[in-house]
Design a protein around this ligand. Structure first.
Ligand SMILES: CC(C)(COP(=O)(O)OP(=O)(O)OC[C@H]1O[C@@H](n2cnc3c(N)ncnc32)[C@H](O)[C@@H]1OP(=O)(O)O)[C@@H](O)C(=O)NCCC(=O)NCCS
Length: 191
């Protein structure tokens, strides 16, 4: 760890055996646990806990009050809204150790999770998907899907821009790409 290449507010703790990329900013009252790897250009707001053994990609933005537990993997450019919640045990009991049963949760590149959403462990959220505030995600989410509700259901598609896509004859576009609906999935051609 080379603290000169990233910003660490004095109120935050970084444990041993942690890697943090350059230009990452860790603001007030955060705790990064051992064997966690955080990429460059990330930011962690206030009151976040990350790890142990968690990988966070580059350019990830984490808002206040988010705990990223073991079993969660975050790819590049992911947005985690304030007070969203991960889980890592599907059937927790206070009196049974379930560390060996942590389920993997994967957030693919560029996806966004709204404020106060909950991600039930074991799911994969596809790239650039957008999860509305307060949703509970308990199934895999397709790339570019717009999901809301409890349990979360798909109500549309979003582009890389994060804007809802309007289709005309199965084609939509935003400033980043052209999107084509094929068999209820999006084919994406970057501009
Ligand atoms: C999901 C979201 C992106 C949809 O925005 P939108 O495309 O403008 O959609 P609309 O507001 O037109 O809503 C479309 C429908 O979804 C519903 N809806 C929108 N957001 C919802 C949510 N979070 N939960 C449940 N339903 C929601 C609307 O009520 C509407 O339903 P209707 O067609 O029956 O009236 C947005 O509402 C949202 O939740 N954004 C996340 C905000 C956030 O948490 N930001 C974190 C950083 S501060």
């Amino acid at each position: 760890m080379n603290p000169s290449t990233f910003y660490l507010h004095p109120s935050s703790y970084v444990d041993d055996n942690v890697q943090i990329g350059e230009n990452t900013k860790i603001w007030h009252f955060n705790h990064i646990l051992p064997q966690t790897v955080i990429g460059k250009d990330c930011s962690f707001g206030q009151n976040c806990v990350v790890g142990p053994r968690v990988n966070v990609g580059n350019g990830v933005k984490v808002q206040n009050n988010v705990s990223i537990y073991e079993g969660v993997e975050i790819e590049d450019d992911v947005f985690l809204g304030p007070s969203m919640v991960f889980t890592n045990v599907i059937n927790p009991r206070a009196f049974i150790q379930r560390k060996e049963e942590f389920k993997k949760t994967l957030l693919k590149k560029g996806c966004s999770i709204g404020a106060n959403a909950t991600i039930v462990c074991g799911v994969t959220i596809g790239e650039y998907a957008l999860i509305g505030s307060g949703a509970v995600v308990n199934r895999d989410v397709k790339p570019y899907a717009l999901m809301v509700g409890v349990p979360a259901k798909q109500i549309g598609w979003v582009g890389i821009s994060g804007n809802t896509l309007e289709f005309s004859e199965d084609i939509a576009e935003d400033e980043f790409a052209v999107y084509r609906l094929v068999d209820d999935n999006l084919e994406v051609r970057r501009k």
